[in-house]
Design a protein. Structure first.
Length: 626
């Protein structure tokens, strides 16, 4: 029975989420009647059905877990693949096929290692805890469960933490440490109430009932068994319902209320027979045999004990008691031949238990003696070992430091070379752009500007020598006006492509001139008015031009503030506007900011943008002076 409880707390929690109350029949109906269910939709359905039936119907659990496993492998869904392996292993565990169960648990572990999934790895260690438990290695099970608890606490797996605490509480209950059992089970129970985890709550109620039964506080034990039974029926959980009913039977047997014990044990047996669960069958038949024996109904007692013996006669937790009941019942029934037969079997069981205990004692003595022999050698070599250990550690540390220093210097050289190449490339691009802009500005001013001036002079000469009608005079005047505007616009474009003030007077004067002709723009300069590298001055001017144009064109700003700080180590440009703003995380579709980032990258510059819809924009650019 203890094995069933741990299966519930470990195997089902390990699926990644605690099963909820699911309409199994409805899901099956959808699965079998809806032809348009996609492959991706079938996987969670198979997992839900496996979780639903794992405590009620092992045949259906196996059916859906195998179908889900095949589909998960086909789709490459490794998380569900591992979950189905655990469901299949859990079915084999309930059926008593330990080797097959461990085979599938190990398959889930292989999936976890293959995908480096720590969460799935923890699920395997939960299965390992159960294996130790089943083998009666309770101390190993306790250590393993403590290890799982530490891992799930670190990962924040709340359901896993609840299940681990419950397992620790049950192991302590089996070891007879009711104080620690009560502490861990109460802690787990309080967490389930906060987390509204009904499935785990009903498991913990059963453990609490067992703890209070061991403490001989039968009223408290019955209270928790009742709570467990109600939750089990609410969730239609046949496995846990049988466990709860058996808990009632055990308490009433100890209270010597045999009629009540009989009723609950018979109800538990009915469920165990429906589920064909060997562990539940042995537990229910064992209690019934004891109740009948106490009622002096020896024929029925002998029948129940013999049935239980036929199911499992190897478990040293129940087999000796069953043999004892069969012997006594047959003596009272005067079936001395069968009594003598089982007396011999009882002696064999007692011998096996004695041999097991003897081997354990001999092993402990052997370990103790070997330890004492080793202590003298260890003591004599301890100082020498410590010396060699320290020298080895020192050598290793020095070696690691040298390797680290070499790698650091190599990485630094590579990074410097890469940075220098990027800077050279970017500066070459900037120089080429500057040269081209200067040429275009000169061509526009001297070439196209001269042509427009000549056109204007010829038109004026034509106007002086010809007479026009009133309509022609108006068109003539409009043509002269358009030529004047074209000359002004040409001069403006040529100036901004490469302003003369930037070349002759420097960055401060050129940005002042630029802001002066922009409506709503203001300029603030901080620091010494010293000339910078010509390429850097052109870079800062182009960034200013781009940001101000963005504020006017895209943000519809009516006020723009430009601030430039220049000192010995840093050049900082800030452009702030009261425009529409935008979301910097979402980014923009324009090329303006992208161009700016590419320009300043050659100088290892940094750009920070502060903006939100409706609240304007501030752009800060910082470049360290080399």
């Amino acid at each position: 029975m203890r094995r069933i409880m741990l299966v519930c707390l470990i195997v089902l929690v390990s699926t990644g989420s605690v099963p909820q109350i699911l309409p199994g029949d409805s899901i099956e109906h959808v699965l079998h009647t809806c032809a348009d269910i996609s492959v991706d939709e079938r996987l969670p359905i198979y997992e839900s059905l496996s979780a639903f039936y794992c405590t009620n119907d092992t045949e259906k659990t196996m059916e859906y877990a195998l179908a889900g496993l095949e589909l998960a492998i086909e789709k490459g869904n490794y998380k569900r693949e591992a979950a189905f392996y655990r469901y299949i292993g859990g079915v084999h565990d309930v059926r008593g096929n330990v080797d097959s169960a461990m085979y599938y648990y190990r398959k889930s572990y292989d999936v976890a290692i293959r995908h480096n999934d720590k969460y799935l790895e923890v699920q395997f260690y939960r299965m390992q805890t159960f294996t130790y438990f089943r083998q009666g290695r309770y101390l190993d099970a306790l250590k393993s469960c403590m290890n799982v608890l530490a891992q799930v606490e670190e990962s924040g797996d709340f359901d896993g933490k609840i299940g681990s605490l419950g397992c620790i509480g049950e192991i302590y209950q089996i070891l007879g440490n009711t104080e620690r059992a009560l502490y861990y089970t109460r802690l787990s129970l309080e967490m389930t109430k906060e987390h509204q985890s009904l499935f785990l709550t009903m498991q913990l109620y059963n453990i609490m009932g067992a703890i209070y039964r061991d403490m001989k506080e039968y009223d408290e034990a019955l209270k928790y068994q009742q709570l467990a039974l109600e939750e089990s029926r609410l969730m239609n959980n046949s496995l846990n319902e049988s466990v709860s009913l058996l808990g009632f039977a055990k308490v009433y047997l100890l209270k010597e209320e045999y009629d009540k014990a009989l009723i609950y044990a018979q109800q538990s047996l009915t469920i165990a027979e429906q589920m064909n669960d060997p562990t539940l069958l042995v537990g229910s038949l064992h209690i019934l045999a004891n109740v009948y024996r106490k009622q002096k109904r020896y024929a029925e007692s002998e029948s129940m004990a013999t049935r239980a013996w036929a199911v499992d006669s190897t478990n040293l937790d129940t087999a000796p008691s069953l043999a004892h009941t069969i012997i006594l019942s047959n003596i009272y029934l005067q079936n001395y031949g069968k009594a003598i037969e089982f007396l011999s079997k009882s002696e064999q069981l007692n011998n096996k238990e004695a041999v097991k205990n003897l081997h354990k004692s001999l092993l402990e003595m052997e370990i103790k003696n070997e330890s004492e022999k080793q202590e003298m050698r260890i003591t004599s070599l301890e100082k020498e070992k410590d010396l060699y250990t320290m020298l080895g550690l020192a050598s290793m540390v020095i070696f690691i430091l040298l390797i680290g220093l070499f790698l650091f210097r190599h990485r630094l050289v590579v990074q410097k070379r890469k940075t220098a190449e990027q800077l050279a490339t970017q500066q070459a691009l900037l120089e080429g752009e500057t040269t081209e802009r200067t040429r275009l500005a000169r061509d526009l001013h001297d070439g196209l500007g001269g042509v427009l001036s000549a056109v204007k002079l010829n038109l004026r000469e034509l106007g002086n020598t010809c007479s026009f009608r009133d309509a022609e005079i108006q068109r003539y005047s409009q043509a002269l006006l358009m030529i004047d505007k074209a000359v002004v616009e040409l001069s403006r474009v040529a100036h901004h492509m490469m302003p003369e003030s930037l070349i002759h007077s420097g960055l401060k004067t050129s940005i002042e001139d630029f802001c002066r002709v922009i409506p709503g723009a203001s300029f603030l300069y901080l620091g010494d008015d010293n000339r910078l590298d010509s390429r850097l001055e052109i870079l800062i001017y182009r960034c200013t031009y781009e940001l101000v144009n963005n504020a006017l064109k895209h943000a519809k700003a009516s006020a723009i503030q430009v601030q430039l700080l220049v000192d010995r180590t840093l050049v900082s440009l800030a452009v702030q506007d009261n425009g529409t703003g935008f979301d910097p995380v979402a980014g923009t579709t324009g090329t303006g900011l992208k161009n700016i980032r590419e320009r300043i990258a050659g100088y290892n510059g940094k750009i920070n943008i502060y903006s939100s819809p409706g609240n304007g924009t501030e752009v800060n650019i910082e470049i360290e002076r080399i």
